[in-house]
Design a protein around this ligand. Structure first.
Ligand SMILES: Nc1ncnc2c1ncn2[C@@H]1O[C@H](COP(=O)(O)OP(=O)(O)OP(=O)(O)O)[C@@H](O)[C@H]1O
Ligand SMILES: O=C(O)C1=C[C@@H](O)[C@@H](O)[C@H](O)C1
Ligand SMILES: [Mg+2]
Length: 177
């Protein structure tokens, strides 16, 4: 089985929640790239967006992705937009198994309704924003992912079981040397 697991997907898809549970199950270290950016910067993500703007946040994010993907035996929950930069996609694909957690706009809206931590959703019409983000990003999530997991109805434990089964099936298909 590949050592590192990288979770990608839209905000609210469950990367942090599933990532933490998956790491516990597989005895790996859990890291969240958004939390790492906040720790290094000493500021919350909404504040970084407000003061420096999105481009600067993306620069900080790329630095963090470069450093964290160099580690081993981790489960990394990436930020929803981490796949936007081609260099991030290259690193993720090359240095671990990438899992796309796919969620519908409706379930993301339900999960993020009372949460102010996602600056890109602080708009008059978060549904339209999410639909636009889905259209723009879906091809990038699919490009980078080794496999896709639908996160609609199953609870966290079921999703973790599904992912572990997929990882085991994947490692069984690897050629042995
Ligand atoms: N499978 C699930 N079923 C129901 N609720 C879920 C599921 N996965 C996550 N949630 C809930 O949805 C919310 C968002 O989840 P989480 O913060 O893990 O998403 P994320 O992908 O890390 O988002 P972001 O990219 O913004 O960091 C949380 O309140 C979490 O408890
Ligand atoms: O989808 C996005 O672009 C983002 C998702 C979050 O994880 C944070 O990285 C930030 O709010 C931006
Ligand atoms: Mg998260």
């Amino acid at each position: 089985m590949v050592d590192n697991i990288f979770l990608v997907g839209l905000m609210g898809a469950g990367k942090t929640t599933i990532g933490r549970a998956l790491a516990r199950r597989l005895n790996k270290t859990f890291i969240d790239s958004d939390h790492e950016i906040e720790a290094r910067t000493g500021a919350s993500i909404p504040l970084i967006f407000e003061i420096e703007g999105e481009a600067s946040f993306r620069h900080r994010e790329a630095e963090v992705i470069r450093d964290l993907t160099a580690r081993s035996n981790i489960v990394l929950a990436t930020g929803g937009g981490a796949i936007l930069k081609p260099e991030n996609r290259e690193l993720l694909k090359a240095r671990g198994t990438v899992i796309y957690l796919r969620a519908s706009v409706a379930s993301i809206l339900a999960r993020t309704a009372h949460d102010k931590n996602r600056p890109l959703l602080q708009t008059a019409d978060p549904r339209a924003r999410l639909e636009q983000l889905t259209r723009e990003r879906e091809p990038l999530y699919e490009e980078v992912a080794h496999f896709v997991v639908e996160t609609g109805r199953p609870n966290v434990q079921l999703l973790v079981n599904t992912i572990v089964a997929q990882l085991e099936a994947g490692s069984a298909n690897q050629p042995r040397d």
